[in-house]
Design a protein around this ligand. Structure first.
Ligand code: BG6
Length: 474
């Protein structure tokens, strides 16, 4: 379905996110026929580029980051729709030039996207308003990248600035994990079927694990990362969102208001992460990466135990972990069920509990692991698996999250974006871990590159009589 015609303005179009994610997503939407033929793309950045240079650079980025998808004929159709305005993010004159340019394009529907350093978000909102760009004859939307703030106070401050000039319904705060197919599929699995939901609670579930593992190190992001760290970079947003999607009550409708209302209730019931039940780790060699100060204590790994104090989840711990420099790229949610109260067979060893594995990447899909009888005389049990893979079932893997998010922003659907109260609630949950860590002096728990993280994270599970699920490795 074609999105409505609009002008899509990308602040920071010369940066890495635009090259790697936004341009390939725009190009894909264009190829699929989802971009309205009248939609225009405007790049804004401090660089001294012009329209021709922008088109050249976008083409290079597409060839580099989406080589398989690149198609010369499709590009020829899209290229003339790009134009460029040069200006700073704190430069009123630049925003006036942008306003004039947008007027000259003549389309009243506008999306502004902040693909810029986080410190610029508030200023961009303010300057847009000062240039009269926060309203138009059509609709105006502001898409804000993550991280939204640096802590609870700065997130509140940023919300305040943004909401002084834009209505909440105009603001689209990004967390691209929400747009991954399996993340969206959690709601379908739970609320479009009858067989899972009756056991999706403390009566049957022993605990839940959420893992987001990445093999790469800093790859040129050292400066940003050492100021940010793993808790701010991915735990405060991606992992907490996955927990919320797993734990939420069924919304009455699958729309932005109902879905986000339910997620906020989960965050409100979530106990602040206990620093004593958290592990902050760092891969060996991190301190030797470019732009990392000697002796940095920044966490490249974290494991936290969260509790949700409500009727459905009381007593069910949620263990979440994420790290760089780990064994493989793997994001998954594992729901581990309780053991049966009585097993009438003779057993050779301890019974492994059933588990449901929701894989976001790689091999997006769902597996249910359970015990089955091995063929032969007598009853001897063995693990078996029921597997659903997206690419086998639908002949294609998941769509890139940014395609979904850009299309949703153009369609005006904010279901997969975060609301102001959600972001603030998420900061409240992780803040004790961040501040305790930042005020301490001890070294992080070191781990080898290519491992599954520090021993201390295993101890966290062992203490509770459990163990981490080992993700499937390609
Ligand atoms: C980003 C983080 O939000 O997500 C990065 O800032 C991380 O540090 C990335 O690498 C991972 O995203 P994906 O979609 O590749 O799992």
């Amino acid at each position: 379905m074609a999105t409505p015609a609009c002008t899509f303005v990308i602040f920071g179009i010369t940066g890495d996110l635009a090259a790697r994610k936004l341009m390939p997503a725009v190009f894909e939407l264009h190829k699929q026929g989802s971009l309205h033929p009248d939609t225009r793309l405007v790049g804004y950045s401090r660089r001294d580029w012009d329209d021709a240079k922008l088109r050249d650079e976008v083409k290079k980025a597409l060839k580099k980051f989406a080589p398989k998808a690149f198609d010369e004929a499709a590009w020829e159709g899209l290229a003339p729709r790009f134009s460029f305005v040069s200006g700073g993010y704190d430069d009123a004159a630049g925003f006036s030039r942008l306003a004039e340019h947008l007027d000259s394009l003549g389309h009243p529907n506008r999306i502004f996207y902040t693909s810029t350093p986080p410190s610029t978000y508030g200023g961009i909102a303010l300057h847009l308003a000062n240039a009269g760009l926060n309203r138009s004859g059509g609709w105006t939307r502001l898409v804000i990248e993550k991280p939204f703030g640096n802590d609870l106070e700065s997130a509140r401050e940023l919300n305040k600035i943004v909401l002084e000039h834009f209505d909440e319904s105009q603001v689209y705060r990004i967390d691209h994990y929400l747009a991954k197919e399996t993340a969206q599929n959690i709601a379908a699995l739970r609320f479009a079927n009858t067989i899972f939901e009756p056991t999706w609670n403390s009566q049957y579930v022993d605990h839940v694990q959420v893992t987001m593992a990445e093999p790469m190190g800093m790859e040129g992001r050292g400066g940003f990362y050492d100021e940010t760290g793993v808790v701010r970079d991915v735990i405060q947003n991606h992992l907490l969102q996955l927990v919320a999607l797993t734990a939420t009550e069924p919304p009455s409708r699958y729309d932005a208001r109902s879905v986000r209302d339910e997620k906020v209730k989960v965050f409100q019931a979530m106990t602040c992460a206990d620093p004593a039940a958290s592990v902050i780790g760092q891969y060996r060699g991190y301190r030797d990466e470019p732009d990392i100060p000697d002796g940095s204590r920044q966490g490249t790994y974290a494991a936290l135990e969260l509790t949700i104090s409500n009727w459905r989840w009381a007593g069910v711990p949620f263990f979440i972990r994420s790290g760089k420099g780990l064994r493989s790229k793997s994001s998954e949610i594992v729901v581990v069920y309780k053991r049966p109260p009585h097993i009438p067979f003779e057993l050779r060893g301890p019974v492994k509990p059933d588990r449901m594995i929701l894989r976001l990447q790689p091999n997006e899909g769902i597996s249910l692991r359970f015990l089955a009888k091995k063929p032969g005389q007598g009853v001897s049990l063995s693990r078996a698996s029921m597997d659903f893979y997206y690419d086998e079932e639908f002949n294609k893997g998941g769509r890139d999250a940014y395609e979904t998010l850009l299309e949703d922003a153009m369609m005006g659907d904010a279901t997969l974006f975060m609301r102001a109260d959600e972001v603030e609630a998420q900061w409240r949950i992780v803040e004790p871990v961040i501040s305790t860590w930042e005020n301490a002096a001890d070294d992080p728990a070191f781990y080898e590159r290519g491992s599954w993280g520090p021993d201390e994270a295993d101890d966290l599970m062992i203490k509770s009589g459990r163990s981490w699920h080992v993700p499937q490795v390609d």
